[in-house]
Design a protein around this ligand. Structure first.
Ligand code: RB5
Length: 147
């Protein structure tokens, strides 16, 4: 069974999206590309919405958003009910985002984080599992804030 994962970027993250997509394919994922599809300028909230709807609609369990800094994408994604997006610039945070926060989306900044570190961040997040327990209680409290 193929593992679906969504990826999306704005113009600032277009090149890194290609590199991360290649990694995901190597890791055995089927990549659902939510755009953008060129270096032409686009608005990152539009891409964040498209990707997050793949998650909330059940098509994909996880997604990766890339913009210049990762900040705009993470702010936009976290406005959407059901999304827990972690803006990651290091591998430890990426691991914790999975283990403690059950982040279903991560945001990367292509103008901040080099492609090799970005790949390590993605692997750290994907290789870690949510630990549940007291962390589940806290994540439930986060989700309750949406109501
Ligand atoms: C686009 O220039 C830039 O603002 C965007 O990629 C991102 O960094 C926003 O947070």
């Amino acid at each position: 069974m193929s593992k679906l994962i969504a990826i999306g970027c704005d113009h600032g993250g277009f090149e890194l999206k290609g590199q991360i997509s290649e990694l995901l394919t190597e890791l055995g994922f089927e990549v659902v590309d939510c755009g953008c599809f060129s270096n032409a300028s686009v608005d990152y909230p539009d891409i964040a919405k498209t990707l997050c709807e793949k998650i909330t609609g059940g098509e994909c369990k996880k997604g990766i958003l890339i913009c210049g800094t990762g900040i705009g994408m993470s702010i936009a994604a976290n406005k959407i009910n059901g999304i827990r997006c972690a803006h990651c610039t290091d591998t430890f945070s990426a691991q914790m985002a999975a283990e403690h926060n059950n982040a279903n989306v991560i945001a990367l900044g292509a103008r901040i984080t080099g492609s090799e570190l970005a790949k390590c961040i993605v692997k750290s997040w994907l290789n870690a599992d949510f630990l549940g327990g007291r962390h589940a209680e806290r994540v439930n409290k986060i989700m309750a804030l949406e109501k």
